[in-house]
Design a protein around this ligand. Structure first.
Ligand code: ADP
Ligand code: MG
Length: 694
């Protein structure tokens, strides 16, 4: 079976250049603005709809508005110089109106607005020299053609070299090409929501004609969500159906490890492990997400799962998003592995060639049962002898492409995803589809709650004084400076400056870590801090994920108002890990807006990552929340996720049912229609999985 795009869609996958009246220049502008295909153009939604008010004559209340007016020219006044406008004075109802043009041809204007002949004009009404004026009308039509001036005109984002009029024409031509498409939305849902058909919805979107286009937008938003849900359901079905040898352990290594641990697992950790154990025992590949708030103790759960793979005679690997984090996992795992008689290698891609070769050999010949690393683990040239389980820590940090690559790489490899970013259910659905999930809500016992305070930045001096006292009593502290992509250099300078100024007070007890440092430099600074030689770690957000130094009990976050709520929570999670009492100080730049105030307050009041994530979603909407996470989340053109989160679960339920009834999207009419939908919303990557599904 082929997964070629259905030919019914060919007309809308024509290049924009083939549209009538579109030359190469305009086409280039359109491609830049919307994309190469006619379809991209049709999906370019108006930013708003402008209404023209038809008047009998100009009046003051409509100054500044877009109006339609009658006009009869009385006198043409060509400009005295090129810099002056060409003015035409005439009557509009009982008022005097001047219509003026810069750089216009005299012949043209005499043809358009001959004296003594009534016309209809449209444009923005202004006042100049005590007279009503219209500059550059956008329509000038004969008296009997008033109806040809649109009352409602969608306005679009534009780009250089493209006028609104041109875009209108191009879109209108594109709409002509749209074939009649069968319906993919479940009939009862369509009826219940009173949604127009796909074709009607697009037409309404671009030619609102005074009608309410909200149903059209809603439908298109749903279409996009459904396409996404279908794609995820297909990918997942594929992952699911992939056979993988069951990993049944004898519990020997796990038992030994449990005895080495200085603590008992929490109930949630035990439950997550049970889920994992059961999945691993199945003859199909596991695909499970462990969601656990920062500090919930995910690493040890991962290690126990990895030992189950080793007990079953296979290898296991854990991949972390940063070298720092990989190192930390290695420092935790390697000594324990050694006591269990296992070999664990580290692969972060920055080691010496010889070390890399050695590590590669050890995983290739199977002498290393365990491997820890960054994405270097799954680069070309790395081949595991027999990888039974791959754990992906902080999985939201990896893009979809990396995840797909990994899942393609490990045939017969079970996959365990872990995230410390509690993801509200709607987002999780939109991002992952219906994933098996285990949640660690319970924190390991004995943790003292973290005190969180917010202070305006001018109290930084007082904070430094407090730090002095705390350090004198043996505390360690993180000092976080924001790093925002747009101005990386500036922000870096901030961190460096803070490092310097703190050094003046604390000397070489202060170390700095930021993203521009080499791996070795970072490691050195981290090691100094982790061992307690350094007392203050100044950092950009590279420490955000996973770093674990239990002795650190103070966290200062500068410009806290610039961080997302979940991000702040993640950062704060770096402290409160030991038995000491911890304090988080949020320094902000006053005045704080309402949203920022609410965010900082939420953080002071709650320590539950899931609750905070829901609040974050509520306060800021999904778009922003996701913006702060470098997630591989697909873009939603019609705002389905941000504006209609209520439709997300519906789309997933619908997609699941559809795939259940027609796994090849071929056997039923609705299935075939849904296949079109996948292509329309460029989710056809997933269509390759239809092959195996058939
Ligand atoms: P995260 O879920 O953020 O990855 P970690 O796995 O880094 O959390 O664990 C945080 C800290 O909690 C570590 O120091 C770890 O040793 C400790 N820890 C994990 N599980 C328990 C437990 N059941 N009881 C006590 N401490 C635990
Ligand atoms: Mg972790």
């Amino acid at each position: 079976m082929s997964t070629r795009r259905p030919s019914l869609l060919d007309p809308v996958f024509r290049s924009v250049e083939t549209l009538p009246g579109i030359g190469p220049k305009i086409a280039a502008a359109l491609v830049k603005l919307t994309g190469p295909y006619v379809l991209n153009l049709l999906f370019h939604a108006p930013s708003h709809v402008q209404e023209r008010v038809a008047l009998e004559e100009p009046d003051d209340p409509h100054v500044g508005k877009l109006v339609i007016l009658p006009f009869e020219a009385e006198e043409h006044r060509p400009p005295a110089s090129k810099r002056m406008p060409y003015r035409i004075i005439g009557r509009s109802g009982n008022q005097s109106l001047e219509v003026s043009f810069f750089h216009a041809s005299r012949d043209y204007l005499h043809r358009q607005l001959p004296t003594g002949i009534p016309r209809w004009l449209s444009g923005e009404l202004g006042v100049y020299n005590n007279r009503y004026r219209m500059l550059h009308p956008d329509y000038m039509v004969p008296n009997d053609a008033k109806a040809s001036i649109p009352r409602f005109e969608p306005r679009y984002a534009l780009t250089q070299g493209l006028s609104m009029q041109r875009l209108h024409k191009a879109i209108a031509a594109g709409l002509e090409l749209l074939p009649h498409l069968p319906e993919w939305i479940e009939p009862s849902l369509l009826k219940q929501r009173a949604w127009p058909s796909f074709g009607q919805a697009l037409a309404l979107l671009h030619a609102p004609d005074g009608k309410d286009a909200s149903k059209a937008r809603e439908r298109l938003a749903y279409d996009e969500l459904l396409a996404n849900a279908l794609a995820l359901a297909l990918v997942r079905q594929n992952a699911r159906k992939r056979p993988a040898p069951p990993l049944t352990g004898n519990g020997r290594l796990q038992g030994q490890l449990r005895q080495m641990l200085p603590y008992q697992l929490t109930g949630d950790q035990e439950r997550a492990l049970e889920d994992i154990s059961k999945d691993l025992g199945q003859p199909e590949r596991m695909m499970r997400l462990v969601q656990g708030d920062v500090g919930a103790g995910k690493t040890v759960v991962a290690l126990l799962a990895m030992l189950q793979a080793v007990e079953a005679g296979r290898q296991a690997a854990i991949m972390a998003p940063t070298a720092i984090l990989a190192q930390q996992h290695f420092d935790f795992i390697a000594p324990l592995a050694a006591r269990l008689g296992l070999k664990c290698v580290l692969m972060v891609g920055k080691d010496s060639a010889a070390a890399q070769r050695q590590a590669r050999m050890a995983v290739a010949d199977g002498s290393a049962e365990l491997a820890v690393g960054t994405h270097a683990l799954f680069q070309d040239g790395v081949g595991f002898r027999d990888l039974g389980l791959a754990v992906i820590d902080e999985q939201h940090r990896f893009g979809v492409a990396q995840r797909l690559r990994l899942s393609d790489k490990g045939q017969g490899t079970h996959i365990l995803l872990m995230t410390a970013t509690p993801i509200p259910r709607t987002l999780l659905l939109a991002e992952q589809g219906d994933l098996d999930t285990s949640i660690l809500r319970e924190k390991p016992p004995g943790r003292l709650p973290i005190t969180t305070i917010a202070k305006p930045v001018d109290q930084r001096g007082a904070v430094v004084d407090a730090l002095k006292r705390a350090l004198a009593q043996g505390a360690q502290a993180y000092w976080v400076c924001p790093l925002v992509e747009e101005s990386e250099v500036v922000d870096l300078a901030n961190a460096e400056e803070r490092h310097e100024s703190l050094q003046k007070v604390f000397g070489d007890q202060v170390v700095l870590v930021h993203g521009r440092m080499t791996g070795a430099e970072k490691d050195e600074a981290m090691a100094a801090f982790a061992s307690g030689r350094a007392k203050i770690l100044v950092a950009t957000t590279v420490i955000e994920v996973g770093v674990n130094v239990p002795e650190a009990t103070i966290m200062v976050i500068e410009q806290a108002e610039r961080f997302g709520l979940s991000q702040l929570h993640q950062l704060r999670g770096r402290i409160g890990r030991g038995s000491g009492k911890s304090t988080c100080i949020l320094l902000y730049q006053p005045p704080l807006g309402e949203t920022s105030t609410r965010r900082l307050q939420t953080l002071r009041e709650s320590d539950d990552g899931f609750e905070i994530a829901e609040k974050d979603l509520e306060i800021r909407g999904a778009g922003e929340l996701l913006g702060t996470r470098q997630s591989g989340l697909p873009k939603f053109r019609f705002g389905g996720l941000e504006e209609r989160p209520d439709l997300v679960p519906i789309s997933h339920k619908d997609a699941r049912l559809l795939i259940m009834q027609d796994p090849s999207l071929r056997a039923t009419e609705r299935g075939q229609a849904a296949r079109l939908l996948l292509y329309l919303f460029e989710r056809d990557e997933a269509a390759r999985y239809l092959v195996t599904a058939a």
